[in-house]
Design a protein around this ligand. Structure first.
Ligand SMILES: Nc1ncnc2c1ncn2[C@@H]1O[C@H](COP(=O)(O)OP(=O)(O)OP(=O)(O)O)[C@@H](O)[C@H]1O
Ligand SMILES: [Mg+2]
Length: 450
């Protein structure tokens, strides 16, 4: 059950007793917790003592006026919204208050409906701002280096390099198979750079047809092509002062590569159909799961562009080459999904962990994460067991069909039974059987002779 939300707190500052009573009753009736202050001085003391969501203050008071309450509130509690009440016909005071950071102002005589509306909206805005800040904080934490899990030698090397290069402005090329964490690493580099409070813009170069990619990247002017009904700013311009992440850069067509190179050399962009160019300052991080050198040899990737982005190359090792990380990551994801799925799975059985470590992980960390999510969601066991893992099924069937079950039999015996069974399935066709077993026909022939 969700915890009951506390009532929003309002500090009501008004020197006229009778007016204060009217506001007090109105606010209380409408679900606010109200603290009263009969003058500006008490109000400022209250602000120092307690947290308020909102201050509602009269402007004309002696000796400390509402404007001073507002100024102090901005200093003492900048997250608290302030609404001021001006005297009849003195709108200018309200305008000045807004310049000082008041959320809004109301003119006397105040209509209750209007007052309630403004207060509700002010508090909603404050909560929204708070939520956005929370989210940004979470994101920042998510992309801190310590969220890149890994203690294998290969990963430690990667982590060392990225902590060295994060603060520079160098172009980085991240290579690695699908799911090895290229985007995660790119984002972490941004979050640990001097540009962290500036935009992070990620573009999947494989996600657009050519003409579209150009206008996505560089923008276009109205009328540049059918459908360009207004000027549009490009992602490159949006990344100004920040980091531009070009994912799957190998998917870019040769003509687009020329345009990208031109931009990288000049730092100038021109919108499609436009004539003026604009200076843009971005740090580039590119990623690819293809071997770019090969692409250069095959002439699908321009050599000059390759050298332009191959300033600091970073290669993320496939998961099968860092088995220790499999274990660490499995526990990491177990925790994540325990939390998300409200479960309390205790860990992995020994055999399950052996299976996890020895699996080839063609989809790398992403695949591991999916496997753990599925296992946590579906298991009825206290610990994850072999049968909770999707690639277990086939092995288990083989074990059972070979009559081995949990019994310990010799490897030679197991192999004999296995070969017999496959031969049966292949109806004696040695070629087919060898293919199924992933061995050469000669090897099979030798084994059959034994
Ligand atoms: N070292 C790591 N520690 C924790 N999580 C990781 C790690 N590496 C990858 N992940 C997670 O694995 C998933 C895939 O990572 P990411 O999207 O960065 O891979 P990618 O290399 O960009 O893949 P693709 O080439 O398919 O785009 C994400 O959920 C990411 O958070
Ligand atoms: Mg990616």
């Amino acid at each position: 059950m969700e915890a009951r939300r506390p009532l929003p707190c309002v500090l009501l500052v008004e020197d006229q007793e009778n007016v204060r009573q009217v506001f007090l009753n109105l606010l209380k009736r409408n679900g606010y917790a109200v603290t009263e202050a009969a003058n500006g001085k008490t109000a400022i003391e209250q602000l120092k003592k307690k947290h308020f969501d909102l201050v509602l203050t009269d402007l004309r008071m002696e000796p400390v006026d509402g404007m001073e309450v507002l100024r102090q509130a901005r200093k003492i509690a900048p997250e608290t919204e302030v609404v001021v009440i001006t005297g009849f016909g003195t709108v200018s005071g309200g305008v000045e208050a807004m310049k000082l950071g008041a959320y809004d102002y109301l003119e006397k005589p105040v209509e209750s409906e209007k007052l309630l509306f403004i207060i509700r909206r002010a508090i909603e805005k404050k909560e929204l701002v708070y939520k956005v800040e929370q989210l940004q904080k979470e994101l920042r934490e998510k992309y801190a280096f310590d969220h890149i899990v890994g203690k294998s030698e290969k990963m430690i090397d990667v982590l060392k390099i990225i902590s060295q290069i994060a603060s520079t402005d160098s172009t980085i090329l991240i290579q690695g198979e699908s799911g090895t964490g290229k985007e995660l690493v790119a984002r972490a580099i941004h979050e640990n750079s001097a540009r962290k409070n500036q935009p992070w813009v990620a573009v999947n170069c494989g996600g657009f047809v050519d003409s579209l990619l150009e206008s996505e990247l560089f923008g276009h002017v109205k009328g540049a092509f059918t459908g360009a009904i207004r000027d549009k700013i490009g992602l490159v311009q949006q990344a100004h002062r920040g980091t531009l992440f070009l994912d799957e850069i190998s998917e870019m067509s040769l003509p687009m590569q020329v345009k990208l190179l031109r931009f990288l050399e000049s730092s100038e962009v021109r919108q499609v159909g436009g004539s003026a160019s604009m200076q843009v300052d971005v740090r580039l991080i590119a990623a690819t799961n293809k071997d770019l050198r090969k692409a250069v040899k095959a002439k699908t990737f321009r050599e000059d562009l390759f050298y332009r982005i191959h300033v600091i190359p970073l290669t993320l090792p496939p998961l099968r080459e860092r088995k220790d990380d499999v274990e660490l990551l499995s526990h990491h994801f177990l925790e994540e999904f325990n939390r998300k799925l409200n479960k309390s799975i205790k860990g992995f059985s020994k055999r399950a962990m052996v299976l996890l470590r020895n699996y080839a992980w063609p989809g790398n960390v992403r695949e591991l994460r999916n496997v753990i999510e599925r296992a946590v969601a579906l298991t009825r066991n206290e610990k994850i067991q072999t049968e909770d893992l999707p690639f277990y099924d086939s092995d288990q069937r083989i074990f059972q069909s070979l009559g081995a079950g949990n019994a310990v039999i010799s490897l030679r015996e197991l192999e004999k039974r296995y070969i017999q069974q496959i031969m049966q399935k292949a109806k004696g066709d040695q070629k087919k059987a060898a293919e199924w077993m992933g061995i050469s026909q000669t090897t099979l022939w030798r084994k059959l002779k034994k």
